[in-house]
Design a binder for this molecule. Sequence first.
Ligand SMILES: Nc1ncnc2c1ncn2[C@@H]1O[C@H](COP(=O)(O)OP(=O)(O)OP(=O)(O)O)[C@@H](O)[C@H]1O
Length: 338
Amino acid sequence: MNSSHPHFQLGNTSALAAVQIDSLVKEFKPTRDFAQKNPEKINERGTVSAIDGLSLTAHRGEVCVLLGANGAGKTTTLACAQGLQKPTSGTVQLLGENPWGASPELRARVGIMLQDGGLPQAMRPIPLLKHISSMYQNPLKVDEIAERLGIHSFNGTTIRRLSGGQKQRVALAAALMGRPEVLFLDEPSAGLDPQSRNVVFEIIREQKEKGVGIILTTHLLDDAQRLADDVYIVDAGTVVRHGSVQELLAGEDSNHKRLTFTLADKLNTQRLTDRLGSDVTLIHLSDHHYALEGQLSPGVIAQLGAELEQQNLMPVSLELSQRTLEDVFLEISGRDIQ
Ligand SMILES: Nc1ncnc2c1ncn2[C@@H]1O[C@H](COP(=O)(O)OP(=O)(O)OP(=O)(O)O)[C@@H](O)[C@H]1O
């Protein structure tokens, strides 16, 4: 047994996990205003059900991604795991302890980057980071992390006036300052330009290499595809699918592929469908843009070629691809994640 592997099993596995959540339920008592505006969200007990029996384990040295549409329950799950909200029922363990009413020692081992930044509005970024660093025994060097995240370039501006992406970068630096063992990132790439996004992703990967357990929420499938060791797809407050990106993409049918092609002219779709049979579905995407989905064998590709030859159509483009997480999400929830 390799005891340096984060998954190694001793008696108490939850003490080894960064976060362990079992059958979490979280209901909110709505304000009168909320109830009037969202009558469809109020259940028979007069509450709003945000989390409905959700379980997950986030390991140290791994990136655990909670993927779901707006309102799926990702932020509420994080808030319960961080000890910011008290579960209605179920259990939550953060580094083996109950986070609700956690000791300052436990809090010091955890880094939190909230969705809205949660930063004091009137301060400038670097003085704020210096203030945060003074709370820790062995903090990161403020100048180094500020340099890395390009914070010096907007240090003359108060938090209130920063752009969304700039606030995100300060919030990430703040979350990293105390060299946490667990890092919570709520929508970390929201509002970032592509260059900053790459830097943030690089930092997340480095933290993971150092053995930090990272839990991040996103509704961006590309984030999940690039970062995740483990993905929990969350819908209506519960986990609807769990696995590595590869496992989710393979699904029950690892041969399931998609062939998209664009033609210079209109295709007689009926003739192609008759030729291909029922194992393959032809989808008319737009204008002269089509897709074949299903069990795509070399025989199917040969039949497509033969039919295009018959109809005297030359493809402008032709691309074979695996399913994406977007396809998986669509299959599970019946709707688009965005
Ligand atoms: N304080 C509250 N009072 C009433 N309902 C709430 C409260 N907080 C959250 N909810 C409801 O709980 C559900 C889950 O919300 P949550 O913010 O956890 O979703 P999310 O997946 O993080 O969404 P987003 O991607 O938009 O941040 C939503 O239906 C939301 O309206």
